[in-house]
Design a protein around this ligand. Structure first.
Ligand SMILES: O=C(O)[C@@H](CO)OP(=O)(O)O
Ligand SMILES: [Mg+2]
Length: 401
């Protein structure tokens, strides 16, 4: 029923207008799945390798497709992903390209679900999943690698952790985005938007904190539940390894000062979430911060862990962070992403399933978050490629009732 009959690959557009890989998987009984690879801008040094899409497609056709067609069952995700790993033969998918691998892995999962007639989250997570929906972290203002001449901190996030359900949480984040637009207007601060649809005004980080905190307070008062502020510092992008300082424009911070700065921000703004507060090799700084503020905020490793169980294991041993960002394309397959969530969860860390700054209309991560029972999903606030996932969560919540 789920034996793979064909795998087709093509170049399609992502949300930045760059080419990316889309895969179609068809099974012997007519089951069909289609998925596309996202793409990062602030990519971690230790991520699986994204090849230029044309190369990734040619290499996957040569190495991976023959190992899948008439050989592997789309309904057996481990088998699909093992075949992809076997076809690639490297640890970082540098032969086939993590972009081809993840597109095929996700398309096969959808084809399997199609044959079963089950929603993807149920096929991946089991029949008892669907009751717990993740809290959406919404990027509402930012800069860094996603918008030049805006803030140094990459993402200011709305965290609607008091929302009674996922739909109200999603709409609260949209309301924060909208309110920030009004506040910027009132202050005569014209702003475009960054790669993820967040406002990208030419303001200092301090001004951004003021604006975002005012907007979350206004929306919280309106909706009647708590909406906190979170950050993705994306600190590796600020770090100058040669001089061993973090550069925020003209302001420099040593690694120790960086930890102090973030710890102070957590208390000053009651931050509910901080991602990549220090650069990707600084497990010690991450652990120090976890000691200091890990009891009152989520400290999440993105570039630190890159969805990789080896790096996560090190983080667990060293007490670095209390959460992991999970991006399937950072590691190359759904099985690897699920392994990362499971290792994290077994060790008391929280999982945050995440989009990339370059996205498509693909909704797989919404299902992955529900399938793994992840407490958070980070997938933007506005823009079609972001709302595709958010609207899918609303549908999943309805189905699960
Ligand atoms: O840093 C991040 O968490 C992501 C997504 O927000 O950005 P990018 O995809 O550019 O790595
Ligand atoms: Mg990040």
């Amino acid at each position: 029923m789920t034996l793979i009959r064909s795998v087709s690959l093509r170049r399609i557009l992502d949300s930045r207008g760059n080419p990316t890989v889309e895969a179609d998987v068809l099974t012997d009984s007519g089951g069909f799945g289609r998925a596309a690879a996202p793409s990062g801008a602030s990519t971690g040094e230790y991520e699986a390798i994204e090849l230029p899409p044309g190369e990734a497609i040619a290499s996957a056709r040569q190495h991976a497709v023959p190992r899948l067609v008439d050989e592997v069952h789309a309904g057996n995700q481990r088998e699909v992903d093992a075949a992809l790993r076997g076809a690639d033969g490297t640890d970082d998918f540098s032969t086939v390209g993590a972009n081809s691998a993840v597109a095929i892995s996700m398309a096969a999962a959808k084809a399997g679900a199609d044959v079963l007639g089950a929603p993807l989250f149920q096929h991946l997570g089991g029949t008892f999943r669907g009751g717990d929906l993740p809290i959406p972290l919404g990027n509402v203002l930012g800069g860094g690698e996603h918008a030049k001449a805006a803030t140094h901190i990459q993402e200011f996030l709305a965290v609607p952790h008091g929302a009674p359900n996922v739909s109200e949480a999603v709409f609260a984040n949209a309301a924060v985005h909208d309110r920030i637009g009004e506040l910027l207007d009132e202050r005569d601060m014209p702003a475009g938007k960054g790669d993820e649809g967040a406002w990208a005004p030419a303001v200092t980080d301090a001004e951004a904190f003021d604006i975002v905190a005012a907007a979350t307070d206004d929306v919280a008062a309106d909706v009647g539940f708590d909406v906190a502020v979170g950050l993705d510092v994306a600190a590796s992008e600020l770090y100058d390894a040669e001089s061993e300082v973090y550069r925020y424009g003209d302001v420099e911070r040593t690694p120790d000062e960086q930890v102090d700065y973030i710890a102070d921000l957590v208390d000053e703004y009651d931050l509910a979430y901080v991602e990549d507060p220090v650069e990707e090799d600084d497990f010690d700084g991450f652990a120090d911060l976890t000691d200091r503020v890990g009891d009152r905020t989520v400290l999440c490793g993105d570039d630190l862990f890159v969805t990789n169980v080896e790096r996560l294991r090190r983080g667990i041993d060293e007490g670095a962070g209390n959460a992991i960002l999970v991006k399937p394309n950072q590691i190359g397959t759904l099985s690897d992403a699920v392994d990362a969530v499971e290792l994290a969860t077994r060790n008391g860390l929280e999982a945050v399933v995440s989009h990339r700054s370059g996205e498509t209309e693909d909704t797989t991560i919404a299902h992955l978050a529900v399938a793994t029972g992840a407490p958070f999903i980070k997938t933007g606030t506005v823009g079609g490629e972001r709302t595709a996932k958010l609207n899918e969560l609303i549908r999943i919540a309805e189905d699960a009732v």
